[in-house]
Design a protein around this ligand. Sequence first.
Ligand SMILES: Cc1cc2nc3c(=O)[nH]c(=O)nc-3n(C[C@H](O)[C@H](O)[C@H](O)COP(=O)(O)O)c2cc1C
Length: 416
Amino acid sequence: MADTVTCVDDLQRLARRRVPKIFYDYVDSGSWTESTYRANEVDLGQLKFRQRVGCNVDMIRTAATLLGRPCSLPVALAPTGLAGMIHADGEILAARAAARFGVPFTLSTVSICSIEDVAEHVAEPFWFQLYMMKDRDFIVRLIERARNAGCSALVLTLDLPLQGQRHKDVRNGLSVPPKLNLRTLSTMMARPAWCARMLGTRRRTFGNIVGHAKGVTDTFAFAEWVSRQFDRTVTWDDIGWIKRHWGGRLIVKGILDADDARRAVAAGADAIIVSNHGGRQLDGAPSSISALPAIAAAVGQQTEVLMDGGIRSGQDVLRALAWGAHGVMIGRAFLYGLGALGEAGVTRTLELIHKELESTMALCGITDVADVGRDAIVTTAPVAASARPENACRLAGESGLSVIAWFEQLIRQGDI
Ligand SMILES: Cc1cc2nc3c(=O)[nH]c(=O)nc-3n(C[C@H](O)[C@H](O)[C@H](O)COP(=O)(O)O)c2cc1C
């Protein structure tokens, strides 16, 4: 089956058929109008490659170093909560696929499999992502657990002082484990293989939290706990506190502004991740790719700059590198692989990205990924998707304008 999958879109289609709607929608959604979620992909697609010929491209090198670790690709798996609900034991399977492929895996605070469980099943050290919670004793213990499990970097996510709302999750009544009412039962029964695998694992709740946070002995107590735990008071002053407790490499995730990038570096970040949480937090924020050049110019010489949001192919990896990233993270791209085919699906995602990156480099006349620069792209700056005639139909449809009216408006504004 994996051999007939030709691109990440194929994996997405398969995942839609195999994962219960409630969890598929959890992945394939953004906050509110989903405008930032869409912009991440659309704006990447605006960057056109500079085709070169007459170069010897017999040998292509994609190997890179991320946070001091040699990788087969400048790609890491992003932290994603609930991956163990997309496929039974999802975090272990994804971490194993990443380790075999030679790229870093990041475990979310709100994973289903616990830190210890993943460490027990995967030999390669992974990164651990931290959400700041008000219960600082719990955070100190969580950091200790990550250190004891051999995690090689801590990814501190700062763009979630409160949770963005995804309308689909509200309508679907998303909860973990899913509420067993007629509606959720019928969506799960429609995916019998998923149900059978879920019944066959003991990992069905938040492994890092349930049984570890004070008073959180079951999933229902967790829901209550988490709703009042996200800490809105976090400032740059807290980074020092985290660094002291962690003592290792610290990556700050959720940077979309050059000033914030400078603050992160000043606070001691070893790397930053340019990210809008895959369009799941501040709807209306710019796409990650459009925010990247200014941030890379501000701090790219002092720190490692990773970027995520909308990466669905090796071509997108090349676009992000050309725009100043040292590496990228992928979220949905690997989750679709996981939902479609489990561990083999995550491997397939990575194989596809690798092959697409190699081919695109060759056709751009680039033989070493370390040599990718701005000159790989023919445009000088990413153009806002809304200002592009090729998006006129879609956007006009959304805003209720006719295509003609839309063009007239663009001409009046002097955009075309
Ligand atoms: C289903 C899902 C769950 C996520 N959970 C987390 C999380 O627990 N912690 C975090 O820092 N980011 C989380 N993210 C954001 C990702 O780390 C990453 O920023 C985003 O997925 C990148 O966009 P992409 O999915 O288009 O690649 C999540 C994203 C998705 C799609």
